[in-house]
Write a protein that binds this ligand. Structure first.
Ligand code: HEM
Ligand code: HEM
Length: 200
């Protein structure tokens, strides 16, 4: 386990936290929508919030816009934190540190898939279905399934990050400290290098 304080690149913090915030807002507002118009599985005694569908649609749309940007970052600069070719092999070494690191990377990757599932099914939803009581539309049921998958992946994402790095890792994502070599002044140069990198 790392003894020095973990540091997250500034661009990663910005993209990750914007994505995470919008995901949370979409998850919360969608629950309000479900609770107002559906409530078949569980129903909480919440007050009816007018226009919850509009609010959810807006947060959902912003989430849909930021997700590809964050995903591109993750697949390139953040690749080390995603699933690796040996991740599944390491899963046979139950309980070893490499097992936990592999699980953490698998759950990071699962977040991207779960989020993609939620936005695709959301895109296929029609605003009128729920107010019309049309609750058995396939895309709606898949969209609900996406909520469940995303919430479970999110819980595992936090648990696994806590397991491999504890509170210092979880908090490192909210740190406001910027290292000199990570300053936005260096970004144009880095992007230029990345665009002109030798192709394999
Ligand atoms: C408050 C909530 C959250 C916290 C505290 C948190 C924490 C973290 C931390 C600490 C890392 C870095 C792991 C490492 O350095 O090994 C990370 C990575 C990641 N998180 Fe989160 N996370 C949160 C919410 C989310 C949400 C909602 C999503 C997706 C929609 C998400 C997707 C990811 C992904 C894809 C990575 C890996 C990115 C990469 O490849 O560089 N996280 N998260
Ligand atoms: C209980 C779970 C959910 C319910 C009942 C629900 C409900 C809805 C409804 C009624 C719409 C149509 C609104 C419109 O077109 O303006 C919608 C769209 C959408 N939802 Fe959800 N949703 C749920 C979960 C989620 C989650 C977890 C996400 C992503 C994190 C999400 C992302 C979206 C997106 C991206 C759209 C499309 C927005 C657009 O294209 O304008 N939804 N959802």
């Amino acid at each position: 386990m790392a003894s020095s304080k973990p540091y997250q690149p500034l661009l990663f913090r910005i993209l990750h936290n914007a994505t995470a915030l919008l995901a949370l807002l979409a998850i919360i507002t969608s629950f309000v929508v479900y609770n107002t118009y559906d409530g078949r599985l569980v129903k909480l005694p919440l007050p009816k919030i007018p226009n919850s569908i509009g609010m959810h649609g807006t947060f959902g749309l912003f989430f849909l816009l930021i997700l590809p940007v964050f995903a591109i970052y993750s697949f390139h600069a953040g690749q080390k934190r995603l699933i690796q070719t040996d991740s599944f092999k390491n899963l046979s070494q139950i309980g070893k540190p490499s097992w936990w690191y592999s699980l953490q990377r698998i759950t990071n990757t699962a977040m991207l898939f779960a989020a993609t599932f939620a936005v695709i099914t959301g895109r296929m939803m029609q605003e009128k279905w729920l107010p019309n009581g049309d609750l058995n539309q396939t895309w709606y049921l898949l969209h609900i399934a996406a909520w469940i998958v995303l919430v479970i992946s999110f819980a595992l994402h936090l648990l696994m990050s806590a397991k491999v790095g504890g509170a210092p890792l979880l908090l490192s994502i909210f740190d406001t400290n910027i290292r000199e070599k990570d300053s936005p002044k260096t970004w144009p140069e880095k992007i230029k290098k990345w665009l002109h990198r030798p192709h394999l």
